[in-house]
Design a binder for this molecule. Structure first.
Ligand SMILES: Cc1cc2nc3c(=O)[nH]c(=O)nc-3n(C[C@H](O)[C@H](O)[C@H](O)COP(=O)(O)OP(=O)(O)OC[C@H]3O[C@@H](n4cnc5c(N)ncnc54)[C@H](O)[C@@H]3O)c2cc1C
Length: 490
């Protein structure tokens, strides 16, 4: 089909959903010269990367993602030159992991991190240095489908061997003290699930490598700035965005040659029920979802008084104690129970970006892991866990607002039961996401593609799922190459 062919004023491409992947797909298609219309059910665009005033006037909160290890690493964002379009601050401390009155500190600088770890410094350095030095090969290997020939086979093998070490019973053979092991488990826990496991170890190693490579940058103006940069580019290339439009049947959309779906497989099975074959619908319905998160946003009267001094300069913190305590909390959630001392992920963006709170005040973002579908308010758990490492925190709270796992699903139907990854990160679903195929973004319906993080390379704000879906559609339907993207994307 020819782009721009006269099709009665109808778009060449429709996109359902304006999350990071929907927007990345839309930008890619529009830059190829195609007419694109995006349909979003909410009043504002952004999905898991929206920023809104959730507590008091003057405080800006990230509703979904706050931590951005892929902002400088994603090949899509790099070719889109996101760092030229959005101001980022890279914290000197990527993440801290308080334990008791001490704890581990992952500086952006790997050597400084290793020096501070003392007895485990060498082990930390030897684990991560080969990955940090070849971070683009790490991203190539983990930033698309796993089953293909990687650009850097040696680095891929190193990631694989380290994943086996840290994802199996061998995991306690490397470190002698508590801090390094806890730091690695703190990043591995981003994947939500039992530990040790290969998926959690893989996620942890890659996140830890990014922390020391390009850092974990914080977008000025919130995650919404990333979405707004894509919106501006889409509109500049003639795209149209319809908000407040909940698509329940794909046949209600304007007829278009390509339809990119930034939705969960369960929703695809419903929206596409009239056009997709039964076997594919069954596969979409049997796709498995992971456990959930429950989130709290705080408006604070001052910065959090962490006992660990470096934590006061950290963009991100992981709470929950040592490696064994985090593994216990994660196994409780996996067994369908609320952990007594849950793992907590904390981001303190207002330390780096004054637009997040009034002068001298601060905003704080935190979530805990909970069983999928939980309706429990996490506020008391989060305050208790932070108080342990920052006594006096409670007295700084001017306001807070929370979302249980089920409220997150109501906010964005992609987050089934509070699963922020749009699908469990099991080994099976890391490889066959959502189907075993060389082009898992393609559906059996000609011109229809799944573009959400239920496809490779899965969760996170990187735009790659949407980009790969769009690239597949460009080749399949329009016989077009990827537009205007300077660096080689495989
Ligand atoms: C609380 C929370 C914290 C997170 N923290 C981080 C983090 O710190 N770092 C990180 O990298 N990632 C984080 N994530 C994950 C990240 O936000 C997601 O991986 C990412 O947003 C997925 O993008 P997506 O475009 O695939 O889907 P989504 O972001 O879910 O976007 C889908 C969009 O489609 C819309 N939609 C769905 N169905 C329909 C329909 N039928 N009709 C019209 N519109 C529809 C939704 O309203 C939504 O806007 C977090 C997510 C959440 C929720």
């Amino acid at each position: 089909m020819q782009p721009g062919a006269d099709n009665g004023g109808m778009p060449d491409v429709t996109v359902v959903g304006s999350g990071p992947n929907g927007m990345a797909a839309a930008v890619t298609m529009a830059r190829a010269g195609l007419t694109v219309e995006v349909f979003e059910r909410e009043a504002t665009i952004g999905g898991g990367a929206r920023s809104l005033q959730l507590t008091l006037p003057g405080y800006l909160h990230d509703v979904g993602a706050a931590v951005h290890p892929m902002a400088f690493a994603s090949p899509f964002f790099r070719s889109f030159e996101l760092d030229r379009r959005v101001d980022f601050v890279v914290p000197e401390v990527s993440y801290a992991h308080p334990i008791g009155s001490g704890g581990g500190v992952a500086f952006h600088d790997l050597d400084r991190t290793a020096e501070r770890l003392g007895v485990d410094g060498r082990a930390w350095r030897s684990l991560l240095r080969p990955l940090v030095d070849h971070i683009d090969d790490v991203t190539d290997f983990t930033g698309s489908q796993l089953l293909r020939i990687p650009r850097g086979p040696v680095t891929a093998a190193r990631v694989g061997l380290r994943t086996i070490e840290q994802g199996t019973a061998l995991w306690n053979t490397r470190f002698r003290g508590d801090f390094a092991a806890a730091m690695l488990s703190g990043v591995a826990a981003h994947s939500i699930g039992r530990m040790p496991s290969l998926p959690s170890a893989g996620v942890g190693l890659v996140l830890a490598a990014h922390a020391h490579a390009r850092g974990w940058p914080i977008p000025v103006g919130g995650s919404q700035s990333i979405i707004d940069a894509m919106r501006d580019d889409l509109l500049a290339h003639g795209g149209v965005i319809h908000t407040g439009t909940d698509v329940s049947d794909v046949r209600d959309l304007p007829p278009a040659a390509v339809n990119l779906m930034d939705v969960a497989p369960r929703a695809l099975a419903s929206i596409g029920a009239g056009v997709l074959p039964d076997s594919y619908l069954r596969r979409m319905r049997s796709f498995r979802y992971g456990d959930g998160v429950a989130k709290v946003d705080f408006a604070l009267n001052g910065p959090v008084p962490w006992t660990l001094p470096e934590a006061r300069q950290a963009g991100t913190l992981h709470l929950g104690g040592d490696r064994a305590a985090i593994a216990l909390a994660e196994s409780e959630v996996a067994a369908g129970r609320h952990a007594a001392d849950p793992y907590v992920l904390v981001s303190q963006p207002s330390l780096f970006d004054p637009s997040r709170a009034p002068a001298t005040k601060h905003s704080l973002w935190a979530y805990i892991h909970v069983p999928r579908g939980s309706d429990r308010d996490p506020t008391a758990d989060v305050i208790r866990m932070i108080e342990r490492s920052a006594p006096g925190f409670r007295d700084l709270i001017e306001a807070s607002t929370s979302m249980s796992a089920m409220q997150l699903e109501q906010y964005d139907p992609n987050l089934i039961g509070g699963d922020i990854s749009i699908g469990a990160l099991s080994l099976r679903q890391m490889v066959g996401r959502p189907v075993f195929s060389t082009r898992p973004w393609r559906t059996p319906r000609k011109g229809m593609y799944l573009a959400s993080s239920a496809t490779p390379p899965a969760t996170g704000v990187h735009g790659l799922c949407g980009f790969y879906a769009a690239r597949t559609a460009l080749a399949d339907v329009f016989n077009l190459p990827v537009p205007d993207l300077g660096i080689s994307l495989r």
